[in-house]
Design a protein around this ligand. Structure first.
Ligand SMILES: Cc1ncc(COP(=O)(O)O)c(C=O)c1O
Length: 424
């Protein structure tokens, strides 16, 4: 098959007829498919069902000498702190165990920066005229939404195969109004990129002009390999400490995609100084988080080896789904030369860069044929992709038979949008 970009107008016209016919055929099936959000499928949720049998009316709720059912231990059950410390390669005293969602901890950390300031702030950010924020993009739409809701001025930093463009980051942090940065260091959402050691070293050693610069290190996919064995990752707190930057970073993680999204356990990791500061503020807000759920997780997962064994079972379900998406793209789209994508080894997404100026149109074509995709543009600050090119594919939720149908709709829509653009 010839590349679309090499075709003559007549060749494009005849290809258009073929693709339009295929699209109409698919549309006629009245499908209802969804590849929009990175939700685990039912089979994955079922993996963890035994966890719900661990605590019953006659269970022992004592753990570490603490009754998990009662108030107390704001920073979490010691056993739960230890579990996450082992997973993240940090000390238990640097771990704060929160509630059911790390996004809530991220939002709350930024919210505190606005209302009270961070430990090293001269004033709360709400008192500043401008707060600028670095947003590696394509990135996670909900990170950008948090920034937007606080009225930050978001600055897009292009992603490279090794992580955010660090030349640009090092330039931008000279501005004292630049107060922080979002990072998803392992299997980034949506590209599935793993930051290189060099990128991590450059991030950890940054010397931002802002004294209270906040590195939001969202390690959401730290143990989420699907095509390979567990890949060890850097302890960002330790890396930052090497350069005297231990107060710059907050790392986040959760069991949302280990056990249950929305009913798991989340954590942040920070320096001792930041921990003391945050504990004081959090103490005014909540007496303690849900330690019963923490206990359930500790008894079920046990340790890092227990987590990695469970992640292997997730991988056995996810790998064929990601393979299905990649096979369809490699077979249907790659020879046509108008789009590119990453081949991630883990995480929850595949990020497709289609012909510039056609992502929105392709999204609409998918929708009209019964396939819901993440909004085109969502992977960029303010929901605006300057190239109108990036689309996020989330293969985890649909059963594999539906995924094959969804990919037929998706690839046909990509082709149709590209042909119409090239002929316009
Ligand atoms: C990068 C990233 N961070 C955080 C989350 C949400 O995590 P939680 O459920 O712990 O709030 C997601 C979910 O898709 C994500 O992709």
């Amino acid at each position: 098959m010839k590349k679309y970009t090499d075709m003559t107008a007549e060749e494009l016209q005849s290809e258009l007829k073929v693709v339009e016919a295929k699209y109409e055929e698919l549309k006629g099936k009245g499908l209802s498919l969804n590849m929009a959000r990175g939700k685990p499928g039912k089979e994955q949720l079922d993996l963890t069902s035994e966890m719900m049998d661990i605590l019953t009316s006659d269970s022992d709720y004592m753990c570490d000498g603490i009754d998990a059912r009662n108030y107390g231990n704001l920073d979490g059950l010691p056993s739960c702190k230890k579990l996450f410390a082992e997973i993240l390669g940090v000390k238990p005293e640097n771990v704060f165990v929160g509630g059911n969602a790390s996004l809530q901890l991220m939002y709350d950390t930024i919210s505190k920066a606005y209302t009270h300031g961070m430990k090293n702030s001269s004033k709360p950010w709400a008192k500043l005229d401008t707060v600028k924020w670095l947003c590696p993009a394509p990135g996670y739409d909900r990170h950008f939404k948090v920034s937007e809701t606080f009225g930050m001025e978001m600055i897009t930093v292009p992603m490279t195969p090794a992580g955010p463009d660090m030349d640009l980051v090092e330039e931008l942090i000279r501005d004292p109004a630049v107060k922080g940065m979002w990072c998803v260091p392992k299997y980034s959402n949506p590209d599935g990129i793993v930051y290189s050691d060099e990128t991590i070293r450059r991030i950890a050693s940054m010397k931002p002009a802002a004294e209270d610069f906040l590195l939001m290190w969202d390690n959401a996919y730290c143990v989420h390999e699907f095509f390979c064995d567990f890949v060890p990752f850097a302890d960002i707190l330790g890396e930052c400490a090497k350069y005297g930057n231990e107060d710059m970073v907050f790392e986040f993680a959760s069991t949302s995609k280990i056990t249950y999204p929305g009913a798991g356990v989340s954590v942040f990791v920070c320096s001792e100084g930041n921990m003391a500061y945050m504990m004081k503020l959090l103490n005014a807000q909540i007496i303690s988080y849900d330690k019963v759920n923490q206990l359930r997780h500790v008894r079920y997962l046990k340790d890092k080896a227990g987590v990695l064994a469970l992640m292997k079972r997730h991988a056995a379900i996810l790998a064929p789904k990601f393979q299905c998406v990649l096979d369809n793209l490699d077979r249907e789209i790659a020879p046509l030369g108008f789009a590119s994508w990453q081949h991630p080894m883990g995480g929850y997404f595949i990020s497709v860069n289609t012909l510039p100026g056609t992502a929105k149109a392709a999204w609409q074509l998918c929708k009209d044929a019964g396939l819901t995709m993440t909004n085109a543009g969502a992977t960029f600050p303010y929901g605006k992709d300057p190239q109108d090119s990036n689309m996020r594919v989330a293969p985890s939720l649909p059963p594999i038979e539906q995924l094959q149908q969804a990919m037929e709709v998706y690839c046909t829509s990509l082709k149709l949008a590209a042909l119409r653009k090239l002929l316009a």
